[in-house]
Design a binder for this molecule. Sequence first.
Ligand SMILES: Cc1cc2nc3c(=O)[nH]c(=O)nc-3n(C[C@H](O)[C@H](O)[C@H](O)COP(=O)(O)OP(=O)(O)OC[C@H]3O[C@@H](n4cnc5c(N)ncnc54)[C@H](O)[C@@H]3O)c2cc1C
Length: 290
Amino acid sequence: MKKLSDILNQRQKTYSFEFFPPKTEAGYQNLLATIEKLATLKPDFMSVTCGAFGGNRERTAEIVEHIQNKHRILGVQHVTCIGNTREEIKEILDKTKSRGILNVLALRGDPPQDNPNWQPGKNNFRYSYELCEFIRSAYGDYFSIGVAGFPEGHVLCPDKEQDARYLKMKIDAGADYVISQLFFENKDYFKYVERLRKLGVRNPIIPGIIPITDYQNIVNFCKKCGASIPKKVHDIFAPIAGDPQKTISEGIKFAVNQCRELLKNGAPGLHFYTLNKVQPVDTIFREVRG
Ligand SMILES: Cc1cc2nc3c(=O)[nH]c(=O)nc-3n(C[C@H](O)[C@H](O)[C@H](O)COP(=O)(O)OP(=O)(O)OC[C@H]3O[C@@H](n4cnc5c(N)ncnc54)[C@H](O)[C@@H]3O)c2cc1C
């Protein structure tokens, strides 16, 4: 298996899919079938999230291993630092290494919902950049490291300039590339890239794309993660909220236009949040991949 940093150096654009580890056996079987179908599209990589507060890590790693061994597609394991001590993180990464996984997305994660005021102790990493530093100091260049980026600023840091400086700290700490949070206004992404370039960040900033399949769900999700929903999205999707078929078909149209504009204007690829489903990502991907 290759490192994603090498692939990003070789290819102008990459295409990728993100999955989450399901909680049930039925969900797991469904995910394997989804991976099997989306693998036929030959994406450059597939990434797998880890559960809130570091939950389900074993499953995350197992799925990444499956993607690599069965489908020969490069896998990226998400690793969060919140909720685990430095020693535990070291054990997790040792296992990741022994499984032959070369690519990690280094994240802070979020406090648990039932304990939103959870604070890291002195044996925890507080921020993702500390995890990046740790990975580089403990493993050198063994892993390719990705980090999360927030085109509109992270929900806890609405000062976009400051948030961009925090992103730069992750790059300086050894991150190779950035995957963005979802957004619906491309100009937010392009302005973000511009802010980062001004700070000297030259690394790929891969836009994260979520197709809209359910208006109310997306409204709720964006409220939580701090992504804004532009008026044009409300105008298209609110009136058809009760019609799943129309919502999916408008969601495909919207995402295809969004992706085409991103690619045309220099985005280094697309990272799709699949929600473990083949559709509508399969259709969108076939429409937009050059
Ligand atoms: C592509 C992507 C994948 C994700 N995958 C997962 C996943 O698998 N599992 C999961 O639980 N969550 C995941 N998340 C969610 C992520 O963990 C949360 O958004 C989290 O709140 C922020 O993570 P981070 O790594 O960006 O944190 P950080 O970069 O540490 O930032 C966290 C907050 O601290 C601020 N900050 C950063 N550095 C400093 C500093 N030096 N001083 C003061 N403030 C600072 C930032 O502005 C921000 O407000 C993902 C998000 C994205 C965009």
